[in-house]
Write a protein that binds this ligand. Structure first.
Ligand SMILES: Cc1cc2nc3c(=O)[nH]c(=O)nc-3n(C[C@H](O)[C@H](O)[C@H](O)COP(=O)(O)OP(=O)(O)OC[C@H]3O[C@@H](n4cnc5c(N)ncnc54)[C@H](O)[C@@H]3O)c2cc1C
Length: 293
């Protein structure tokens, strides 16, 4: 296999918010054998490397960005590995889509992931962001992770060697900055019907309170300790506020929406306005959950 390189990849096409200009190059890793080529590619690189998942937590700036994107494409799908006591260990490649993993688990009658229903993105992105909702974080289910770096090659870390916190993952002192390649999760045997029922309930709840089908990057800001960022933004008058083609959602003030012809400039201006308004009115500094490229 040779590493595929794509020139001037569009960030608008690669992010769910559909914003941004172009990176300089994208390296597409399709197979474990491509990792050697990726090492050579990164060694000779003067551009900023950035591992891209499904782009569902990103705001890409307008214009030409000095980025070398790295994307894991068509990695191994979910598979049952072994049973350990009452847990079923499942292995899944980082480039798989998280909703695909949830769908697979439902069909297999494996419970544990249902709280993550409605979260888009890749399995790698869900690890990197420690994605979560309704009290469940992806890291809660992970038993070990396979990582790759140019210096160390491919290696496994147990979950207890890594740091998982609110929308944050760090592969401990053993890892540093790495590509997430595969992950193993501990799920519990149930039935397809029971798992589907919980997933449907979670999705219904989300659909009633979040703009799940709009072009967004999920929550813009993290919830401050004991508070809801959406509530603070709402009370500061941000709900439904528009600038150009961008808006804070009418349904949930912490979701920024591209109404069709939005630009990153407008998105970033709205975010700054929201952040300043909340500081001025409530003295709370909101921290970004989305990553700005
Ligand atoms: C409608 C909607 C609802 C959402 N709801 C939620 C929610 O309820 N809870 C929640 O936590 N999030 C939510 N999100 C945000 C987002 O879906 C998650 O953060 C998701 O896990 C990001 O995955 P991704 O593949 O899109 O990552 P990207 O956005 O592409 O990247 C995010 C980060 O992950 C890193 N990354 C991605 N893949 C790898 C890899 N293989 N190796 C190393 N690093 C990698 C990137 O470098 C970047 O730092 C929502 C987003 C949308 C659009």
């Amino acid at each position: 296999m040779t590493l595929e390189l794509i020139s001037n990849p569009s960030l608008a096409e690669r992010t769910t918010l559909r914003l941004g200009g172009t990176a300089e190059v994208e390296a597409v890793v399709r197979d474990r054998r491509d990792l050697d080529g990726l090492g050579d590619f990164l060694t000779n690189q003067t551009l900023r490397p950035f591992v891209l998942g499904e782009g569902s937590n990103l705001i890409a700036s307008d214009g030409q960005l000095d980025l070398a994107l790295i994307r894991v494409d068509t990695p191994p799908g979910p598979e049952r590995i072994e049973k350990v006591e009452d847990k079923l260990i499942v292995r899944c490649g980082a480039g798989q889509r998280l909703p695909g993993l949830l769908g697979w688990a439902q069909m297999a009658g494996l419970t544990g992931l249902e709280g993550l229903t409605g979260i888009p993105g890749s399995v790698g992105g869900a690890v990197a962001m420690n994605a979560g909702s309704y009290g469940l974080e992806f890291g809660d289910l992970i038993t070990r992770i396979q990582l790759w770096s140019p210096a160390q090659g491919i290696f496994w870390l147990n979950a207890d060697q890594c740091v998982f916190s609110y929308r944050h993952f760090y592969p401990g002192t053993h890892g540093g900055k790495c590509l997430i390649w595969e992950v193993e999760l501990a799920l519990t045997e149930s039935t397809p019907g029971a798992v589907r029922k919980v997933m449907q309930e979670v999705y219904k709840k989300k659909k009633a309170t979040q703009p799940v089908t709009a072009k967004s990057a999920g929550c813009v800001f993290k919830n401050p300790e004991g508070k809801s960022a959406g509530m603070l933004l709402d009370q500061a008058g941000m709900k439904g506020l528009r600038l150009g083609g961008m808006a804070f959602s009418d349904i949930h003030a912490n979701f920024l929406i591209n109404e069709g012809n939005g630009t990153s400039k407008d998105a970033l201006a709205l975010i700054e306005h929201g952040r300043t308004s909340v500081v001025e009115q409530f003295g709370t500094n909101l921290e970004l959950e989305v990553i700005v490229l």
